[in-house]
Design a protein around this ligand. Structure first.
Ligand code: URA
Length: 244
């Protein structure tokens, strides 16, 4: 996570926060676009805390790092590979992707799935929140193609369900039946296509999958396609996992 108080070279600030390459930075500096405490500085090796730097009159964007909630619409993949089709990354500010490290999703949602994705430029948070050791709770609303069976509640909760092709049982999951074909499922792990495969193990096909919660973060009323950058204080990952 970037530290907005630690002095860095100005050319490094411009490239790290996604404004331009380090070699282009020389030109930006030469033309007086960068100020420190209001004074234009032309020397790329000058060091300043990112929080004191302005570029074209604006403060450095998110100098302490980015953590954002994103409401993923259906039809987008969480991949940088253009061969996989339209991507969430096409919808985000270009400067977020040019940061070093770039903004990335914490885990993925399938192309047809909607709902809450966390986005961050912190590799450490991504690692912590996707690590199987951390048991981050994720809540999904699901619609299936046949009537739900109340017997699935204890089956999912038992911690004995083995998915096709695997030999380690799924951790206990909480299934709540909301309607004949609608349910809420809370997982504390994130295996490949886990929700779809859990319902498939009971003979049901998931036709709608929407994530409403990730750790302590709720999607709330964030409109589809929008994101909300959280205050820097929330970049403390210790709040995301429920106590064990
Ligand atoms: N489980 C799935 O099957 N798909 C997702 O996108 C997320 C969880």
């Amino acid at each position: 996570m970037p530290d907005d108080a630690r002095p860095l070279r100005l050319d490094q600030i411009l490239s790290r926060y996604g404004y331009c390459s380090r070699s282009e930075a020389r030109q930006w500096l030469r033309s007086g676009r960068v100020t420190v405490d209001g004074t234009p500085i032309r020397d790329p090796s000058h060091r300043a805390a990112p929080a004191r730097v302005r570029i074209d009159g604006e403060g450095v964007e998110h100098p302490g790092g980015i953590l954002a909630l994103y409401h993923k619409p259906a039809g987008l993949v969480c991949s940088h590979d253009p061969g996989e089709g339209p991507s969430i990354y096409d919808r985000l500010p270009a400067r977020w992707l040019q940061r070093n490290p770039p903004v990335h999703s914490v885990g993925r949602l399938d192309k047809d799935a909607t709902g809450l994705l966390l986005l961050t430029d912190s590799g450490e948070l991504i690692h912590r929140w996707t690590s199987p050791r951390h048991h981050v709770a994720k809540v999904y609303e699901v619609t299936v193609d046949r009537d739900l069976n109340p017997d699935w509640i204890p089956r999912f909760a038992a911690g004995t369900l083995i998915l096709d092709g695997e030999d380690v049982p799924c951790l206990p999951a909480r299934l709540e039946i909301l309607g004949p074909r609608e349910a809420r499922l809370e997982l504390t792990e994130g295996r490949y296509h886990q929700v779809k495969r859990m319902f498939a193990s009971q003979g049901a096909h998931v036709i709608r999958l929407h994530r409403t919660r990730f750790g302590t973060h709720e999607l709330g009323d964030l409109p589809s396609g929008d994101w909300r950058v959280l205050p820097p204080s929330s970049i403390d990952g210790s709040t995301i996992t429920a106590p064990e």
